[in-house]
Design a protein. Structure first.
Length: 120
């Protein structure tokens, strides 16, 4: 299974990527919104997107909206992983139709349990 991890913090990206790799996932990394959009349009076989909200250029909300409005990308499940865990952002995520929202610091046990429910 291939996961797109979009996180602008190099430290957080490393931690998330290492945890995903240890679980056997293939990981594609993006460090800003523009890079995420480029990868979504060029990288085949992405099964899940983990999106931070506070990103340079395009934020996670904009990326999720782009994905949900795209015929080619709208079936990819999205999980937000963000320190921006306000009610406003959680409501916006639900409105867009993302699968889940995890606040930082990440509870990886719960996150991987949820990923296991989403991905076959």
């Amino acid at each position: 299974m291939k996961v797109l991890s979009v996180e602008d913090s190099r430290i957080n990206q490393t931690i998330i990527t290492e945890r995903l790799l240890m679980r056997g996932y293939e990981v594609v990394q993006a460090f800003d919104g523009n890079e995420a959009i480029d990868l979504l349009n060029t990288e085949s076989g992405i099964d899940l997107a983990l999106l931070d909200i506070g990103l340079p250029y395009k934020n996670g909300i904009e990326i999720a909206q782009y994905m949900k409005n795209s015929e080619q990308l709208n079936a990819i499940p999205i999980i937000f992983v963000s320190a921006h865990a306000t009610t406003e952002y959680r409501n916006k995520a639900a409105e867009i139709g993302v699968e889940d929202f995890f606040s930082k610091p990440i509870d990886f046990k719960t996150l991987f349990s949820r990923i296991g429910e989403i991905l076959p």
